[in-house]
Design a protein around this ligand. Structure first.
Ligand SMILES: [Zn+2]
Ligand SMILES: [Zn+2]
Length: 412
């Protein structure tokens, strides 16, 4: 009697991941319920049709990126959903800012790799290195077999040591490695966060005026990198209320920077203050105000200032005008710049004559690290997901089983 693995979605795209593991006794786990990255806003009915919703299942969410959890609300109400405890908070923030608060509650595991039982399965979440905070690989054992799902990972972020450790002392006898391959076939730069910190220090040192930076408030590694570079150059990092909210919810008991830290200020803008008032969180803004500043003083300062389109109108009203003494750095995937939302802040800075920089590194492992990881884990077979270039790039991964979406695989 075999375990059965079915990848309902994700064998031929990046994101939208949905993986089912069925025990011979009929118990089922679903790893990730991701929203396809190309799904239009507000679209419903996106769960893969091949995922049988008439029988119970338990869902495990690897990390708080929407291409892994974005369909959680559409899962049958009786299916329990598990994720990391900080992940659950970050997922809740995304619901709040979309004014679509989550109706589902999540059960949470702790971050220390303790195995726990779900029916006949034993699940071990393994904290991993990724651009999402609180991201996990998932080791699933059942019917005498062991499956390791990497979720999304990299080996060059602030938690790279956890991948190095895992490669030095890999989990025993993995029958199936389900691995992400986002960067396969690409030549995206994968410098380390430590290298980025050095590059930001260089940018902050050579810039006479302000440095505007666009990055994702949920990319906590990047916030830490920017904060450390600001401190090293005696600048102040100015974050918006949303990023302050992210840090406020997850930083308890950690060394993460947050409101109240030296060299860190929260800009209290009218738009976001209004937003938090409307969702009934005046108390949060009130707590931030003592560590904050209004937008107006940013017109004359030498700070490192978070910039995105949603802040532009407030900044302009406060008299901020980029000049040739300022710099702008875009610290997200360059592909987003084809969208007006991402391009507008850059163009605003360029129009003022600011230096335009691109200091960024991928949230996903390089092709060389993907191969080194697979070689260290030595699975009996590798099943690729979350990528588009597997067929051209099979060399160096040992035995590969290339599944189609919804094609069941018996694990021998
Ligand atoms: Zn992903
Ligand atoms: Zn991710």
């Amino acid at each position: 009697m075999n375990l059965h693995l079915t990848i309902h979605r994700g064998t031929r795209q990046i994101g939208g991941v949905c993986i089912e593991i069925e025990h011979p006794d009929g118990n089922r786990l679903v790893l990730d319920a991701g929203r396809p990255l190309d799904a239009p806003d507000g679209a419903t009915g996106l769960l893969p049709q091949t995922l049988d919703r008439s029988r119970p299942a338990t869902v495990l969410i690897s990390h708080p990126h929407q291409d892994h959890w974005g369909l959680a609300e559409q899962l049958p109400a009786g299916w329990p959903i598990w994720t990391g405890s900080a992940s659950a908070k970050l997922i809740a923030i995304t619901g709040d800012v979309r004014r679509n608060p989550l109706t589902r509650s999540f059960q949470t595991w702790n971050s220390r790799s303790h195995p726990f039982a779900i029916g006949p399965f034993t699940v071990t979440p393994i904290l991993t290195d990724h651009s999402a905070f609180d991201a996990y690989m998932l080791l699933v054992e059942g019917a005498g077999k062991r499956i390791l799902y990497t979720g999304d990972f990299r080996r060059h972020g602030r938690k790279s040591v956890v991948i190095d450790r895992m490669m030095a002392s890999p989990p025993a006898q993995i029958d199936v490695l389900i691995t992400e391959r986002t960067n396969l076939g690409s030549d995206k730069p994968v410098t380390t966060e430590a290298d980025l910190e050095r590059d930001f220090v260089g940018l902050f040192e050579r810039t006479k005026g302000r440095v505007f930076v666009s990055w994702s408030g949920q990319n906590v590694d990047r916030t830490v990198t920017l904060y450390r570079a600001a401190k090293r150059t005696r600048r102040t990092l100015v974050i918006d209320l949303y990023t302050a909210d992210v840090l406020d919810r997850i930083s308890n008991g950690t060394r993460l920077p947050r409101a109240g830290f030296p060299n860190l200020k929260v800009v209290v803008t009218r738009g976001l203050r209004e937003f938090y008032r409307r969702i009934g969180r005046d108390d949060f803004v009130a707590r931030m105000v003592p560590h904050g500043l209004p937008a107006r003083p940013l017109a004359h300062c030498h700070h490192v200032i978070m910039l995105r389109r949603g802040l532009l109108a407030d900044y302009q009203r406060a008299g901020l005008i980029p000049t040739a003494e300022d710099a702008f750095n875009y610290s997200m995937w360059r592909g987003y710049l084809s969208e007006q939302y991402h391009a507008e802040p850059l163009e605003w800075c360029r129009a003022g004559g600011a230096e335009i920089a691109y200091i960024h590194t991928s949230g996903h492992a390089s092709p060389a690290d993907l191969r080194a990881f697979a070689a260290a884990i030595r699975p009996s077979v590798t099943v690729p997901v979350h990528g588009v270039k597997w067929d051209e790039e099979q060399r160096g991964f040992g035995s590969i089983r290339r599944l189609a979406d919804a094609e069941p695989m018996a694990i021998p």
